[in-house]
Design a protein around this ligand. Structure first.
Ligand code: HEM
Length: 429
């Protein structure tokens, strides 16, 4: 049903661009060991995985969507919010949803096929989707949630064109600096990407100069990972766990098996990823994993052997699934990064094992800090009283268990521990 250039065409353009770039540098097709640069994959030297410039508002008739998105922020409250402020906005919220249902069906071909405008459209439409779904009063979202045609059709068409799921993703959120903490981590990641490029473009890795350079670059990497961990450890200074858990996180949730989302006007057998936005989709963290060859899928025989819980987490394939929520160019970047297999190079030289292991240890420490953050912000909050302004919560045992699950339905603690243990298994003996 997609009417704009398909993802396959876009990948084709990407690889055409790579070929032109390579020829302009060397005059001949290079081997896989030649120039490694993020520029080919829409990774900006200054901004990393962020867009190099903020996306502009949608033009012309599409201003309707932009305008209603602005309105949404002031008139909508979470459907489960039973507080007095939510009550006073109830009628206005219903009017907002009613207006959305009666919108004209806009033709997304009029957006053109520029990637930036399509990304902006994805951001605006997915925000509208989450505002619509999560502001519905519970009795209207009991068994299923129907997304009205004027929203579902353009959303699905734009999403298919740029090969993203029709749901809010981490890349959408950070574009607006909505999730400031993750944005800070994402920007810190730019320094990390520079280290990768420097290492991967070294002519020789194993002579005296090469070993000294690699050691220095890995030390730099350790400092960057430590700084990422510091951002995480400081989370509770700027974000209130109780407010985060009860008032912010629910807006980012994806479709729920108990009341699945139905896209009106879209064939019911169209498969979609509808997990919702998660920092697990951060391309920076995946890049670090790809560079260090962290084996989340447990494909390699490494020590210590995974626990039964680890195996269960790996089988659920959380990290692999998270890649499907990233812009297509960034997915391609991660594949190229992984192919360089720096771990094998480091393993072959006894002097390099130490610097490599120090980076893995730092990432393991990041993930241990992350477990503590997840415990404070999610697991403990599932048992907490929600902010008084939201009224009485549902405190059934089932509701508590559901609330301490992460995106994709995994119990948070098991998922995060699985990531930490997979990291530890990368250590070279
Ligand atoms: C208040 C701060 C944070 C909280 C409460 C938090 C919580 C969580 C939770 C609950 C998950 C499980 C999956 C999910 O539900 O989406 C998760 C996964 C993940 N988060 Fe965070 N997170 C925070 C900050 C960050 C930051 C700053 C980063 C760095 C970019 C990050 C990176 C990740 C990654 C990469 C995963 C996938 C699992 C893993 O790699 O171990 N998180 N986070």
């Amino acid at each position: 049903m997609s009417i704009l250039p398909s993802p396959v065409h876009m990948m084709g353009r990407l690889f055409d661009g790579m070929e032109t770039y390579r020829k302009s540098r060397s005059g001949a097709p290079p081997s896989s060991t030649q120039v490694f640069t993020g520029r080919l994959f829409d990774v900006d030297p200054e901004m990393g995985f962020f867009p190099s410039q903020p996306y502009r508002r949608l033009p012309g008739e599409f201003e309707l969507w932009e305008h209603e998105l602005e309105n949404a922020r002031s008139v909508l409250k979470l459907g489960e919010d039973r507080g007095s402020d939510a009550f006073s906005k109830c009628a206005k919220g219903e009017e907002w949803r009613q207006r959305l249902r009666s919108w004209p069906l806009l033709d997304v071909r009029n957006l053109g096929n520029g990637i930036r405008v399509l990304r902006r459209a994805h951001y605006v439409l997915t925000c509208l989707l989450h505002f619509y779904v999560h502001s519905l009063p519970p009795y209207q979202a009991k068994d299923r949630v129907v997304i009205p045609k004027p929203l579902s059709i353009p959303l699905v068409q734009v999403s298919q064109t740029i090969d993203l799921p029709p749901v809010l993703t981490f890349a959408d959120i950070t574009e607006e600096n909505f999730y400031l903490l993750s944005a800070a981590a994402e920007l810190k990641g730019v320094e990390m990407l520079r280290v990768f490029e420097k290492i991967l473009n070294m002519p020789y890795c194993t002579d005296r100069v090469g070993i000294a350079t690699l050691t220095r670059e890995f030390e730099k990497l350790v400092r960057i990972i430590d700084e990422l961990a510091a951002i995480l450890k400081n989370a509770s200074k700027t974000v209130d766990p109780n407010i985060f858990y009860w008032m912010a996180r629910p807006w980012w949730n994806g479709s729920d098996a108990a009341a699945p989302w139905v896209f009106e006007g879209v064939p019911s057998d169209t498969p979609f990823d509808l997990g919702g936005a998660s920092a697990g989709q951060s391309s920076v963290m995946h890049a670090l994993d790809a560079f260090l060859d962290i084996d989340h899928a447990l494909n390699q025989a490494r020590q210590p052997a995974p626990s039964a819980e680890n195996r269960e987490t790996a089988a659920a394939g959380f990290m692999e699934k998270m890649r499907r929520y990233m812009p297509v160019e960034h997915r391609a970047y991660l594949v190229q990064l992984q192919k360089r297999n720096i771990r094998d190079t480091m393993a072959r030289h006894s002097e390099l094992k130490g610097p490599y292991n120090a980076a893995v240890e730092a990432l393991k420490a990041f993930r241990s800090a992350h477990i503590r953050t997840g415990t404070l912000f999610v697991i403990s909050q599932a048992n907490s009283s929600r902010p008084e302004c939201m009224g009485t919560p549902d405190f059934s045992a089932q509701a508590k268990a559901d609330r301490s699950r992460g995106t994709g339905g995994n119990p948070v603690a098991t998922l995060l521990k699985g990531g930490r243990d997979a990291t530890a298994r990368a250590i070279l003996n």
